[in-house]
Design a protein around this ligand. Structure first.
Ligand SMILES: O=C(O)C1=C[C@@H](OP(=O)(O)O)[C@@H](O)[C@H](O)C1
Ligand SMILES: C=C(OP(=O)(O)O)C(=O)O
Length: 425
C-alpha cells in the first residue's frame, strides 16, 4: 500500500484555484447529453467520479470531446435518444453518476446494467427504485434487494403522482427530478420522511433550469415537473469551483494561518457546502467574502455544536479542525455519513481516536474532544477521499502524519496533496 508522510506544516499562504464541482460537473454532463443541441462545458472536474459518467455516456453513443487537460467538454446532445450499451455501465463509487443514471435510463428505451465498485453494492438505492417502480419502471436488483447492481429495461413512463423517501440521500430525489421531464405526463413528487442534504436539491433545480426545465419546489415537500420535455442546451456553461474541496483550504488557513486566497467559490456559490465557511467563522476563522473567491486567515479556534445535515461532505473537515479547537466540537444530524464512501461516522471516530482525541460516536452524531498531545500515527482512509484530505489537517496543525492510500483522493480531487503542498511553508 502506498503511504504519504506529511511533515509538520508551520504556515499556509498563497492562492489556490479550486477544481470544478463534482456535483455540478456530473449533473451538467448528463443533462447536456440528454439535451437538444451542443453544450460546451467549462471548468469541468477531471476526477474518477466524472470519468465514470463520461465513460457511461460514451458507451451510450454520446459524442463528448475533451480538451487536453479534460476541463472543457463539448457534448453533442442526443435529444433523449441514447443507444443501448454493449457492456454493463461501470460507475465506480460515484453516487452522482449511479443514482441519476438509474432514473433517467429507466425512462429511456433500451436495456442497461449498472454496476460499480464493491462499496457501491453496499450503498442503498431502494428508495429511488421504489419510487421509479411505482411510476411503472422495470428495474431489477441483480444481487441484493435495495442495493446495486441493477438491470433496467428502459421504457416510456407516463409520470403521475409519486412518493419518495428522502431520509437517507437527496440523490434519489435529484435522480427522479432529472428524469421527470422525460416522462410523457406531468409528475408531482411528494417527500416521505425528512429530506436530507437539501441544498443539493437546489443545485439540481438550478442546473435543470439552465437546461430549460422548470421545477416547482413547494417547501421541499412536493415538487412538480411538466412532462414531455426535452432538455435544451444552454450552449455554454461554466462549472463553479468545488465548495466541498474548498473546505480543506478554508480549514488549513484557519488552523495554520498565513493568508490563503481560494478562487472558484464565494458569495455567489450555488453549492450548499459554501456554508462551511460560515461554520468556520463561528469556529474563529477570519474570512473575506468576494463573489467568486474567499480569503481566509487564522483565528483562535473554538469548539462548536452544529447541525450539519445540509453540509454532510464539508462537515467532515470540521471533525479534524476539532483537534485544534479550545474545547469539544459536536457535529449532529449526519446519520447518512454511514452510507457514503465508507461508514464515515465509524471511520472518523476510529482515526480521530488514533490521533489521541476523545470521541463519542452516536447513531447520527460525533463529538470530538481535542487531545492534550497529538499522537504520531498512520491514518487508514477506507478508500474515502475525504478521510485522506481531512487528516492532512493534522500536518497543517504542526504534527507529522502518515496518510495510507493517498491516491483515493482521485474520486474528486486527484491533485489535492500537490495543491496543499503549493501553499505550505
Ligand atoms: O447530489 C449530490 O451531488 C451530492 C449529494 C450528497 O449526498 P446525499 O444526498 O446522499 O447526502 C453529497 O454527500 C454527495 O457528495 C453529492
Ligand atoms: C458522498 C460522496 O460521494 P457520492 O457522490 O458518491 O455520494 C462524497 O463525495 O463525499
Amino acid at each position: 500500500m502506498e503511504q504519504l508522510t506529511l511533515k509538520p506544516i508551520s504556515k499556509v499562504s498563497g492562492s489556490v484555484t479550486l477544481p470544478g464541482s463534482k456535483s455540478l460537473s456530473n449533473r451538467i454532463l448528463l443533462l447536456a447529453a440528454l439535451a437538444e443541441g451542443t453544450t460546451e462545458v467549462h471548468n469541468l472536474l477531471d476526477s474518477d467520479d466524472i470519468r465514470h459518467m463520461l465513460g457511461a455516456l460514451e458507451q451510450m453513443g454520446v459524442d463528448v470531446t475533451l480538451n487536453q487537460d479534460k476541463t472543457v467538454a463539448t457534448v453533442k446532445g442526443c435529444a433523449g435518444k441514447l443507444q443501448t450499451p454493449q457492456q454493463p455501465l461501470f460507475l465506480g463509487n460515484a453516487g452522482t453518476a449511479y443514482r441519476p443514471l438509474t432514473a433517467v435510463l429507466a425512462a429511456t428505451q433500451g436495456v442497461y446494467e449498472l454496476i460499480g465498485e464493491p462499496r457501491m453494492e453496499e450503498r442503498p438505492i431502494g428508495h429511488l427504485v421504489d419510487a421509479m417502480q411505482a411510476l411503472g419502471a422495470d428495474i431489477q436488483y441483480l444481487k441484493n434487494p435495495d442495493y446495486p447492481p441493477l438491470r433496467i429495461n428502459g421504457k416510456s413512463l407516463s409520470g403521475g403522482e409519486v412518493e419518495i423517501d428522502g431520509s437517507i440521500s437527496s440523490q434519489f430525489l435529484t435522480a427522479l427530478l432529472m428524469a421527470s421531464p422525460l416522462f410523457a405526463g406531468d409528475t408531482c413528487i411528494r417527500i416521505k420522511g425528512e429530506l436530507v442534504s437539501k441544498p443539493y436539491i437546489d443545485i439540481t433545480v438550478g442546473v435543470m433550469a439552465h437546461f430549460g426545465v422548470n421545477v416547482i419546489n413547494d417547501n421541499y415537500q412536493t415538487f412538480s415537473v411538466k412532462g414531455g420535455q426535452t432538455y435544451q442546451s444552454p450552449k455554454r456553461i461554466m462549472v463553479e469551483g468545488d465548495a466541498s474541496s474548498a473546505s480543506y483550504f478554508i480549514a488549513a488557513a484557519a488552523i495554520a494561518g498565513g493568508e490563503v486566497e481560494i478562487n472558484g467559490v464565494g458569495k455567489q456559490s450555488v453549492q450548499g457546502d459554501i456554508d462551511f465557511a460560515k461554520v468556520m467563522e463561528q469556529v474563529g476563522a477570519k474570512i473575506d467574502w468576494h463573489d467568486e473567491k474567499l480569503v481566509v486567515r487564522k483565528g483562535a479556534l473554538r469548539g462548536v455544536d452544529i447541525d450539519a445535515n445540509a453540509i454532510p461532505d464539508a462537515a467532515m473537515t470540521l471533525a479534524t479542525v476539532a483537534l485544534f479547537a479550545d474545547g469539544p466540537t459536536a457535529i449532529r444530524n449526519i446519520y447518512n455519513w454511514r452510507v457514503k464512501e465508507t461508514d464515515r461516522l465509524a471511520a472518523m471516530a476510529t482515526e480521530l481516536r488514533k490521533i489521541g482525541a476523545e470521541v463519542v460516536e452516536g447513531h447520527d452524531f460525533i463529538e470530538i474532544t481535542p487531545p492534550s498531545t497529538i499522537h504520531l500515527t498512520d491514518i487508514d482512509t477506507y478508500n474515502d477521499h475525504r478521510i485522506a484530505m481531512c487528516f492532512s489537517m493534522v500536518a497543517v496543525g504542526g504534527h507529522e502524519v502518515i496518510i495510507n492510500d493517498p491516491g483515493c483522493t482521485a474520486k474528486t480531487f486527484p491533485t489535492y496533496f500537490d495543491v496543499l503542498a503549493s501553499i505550505s511553508v
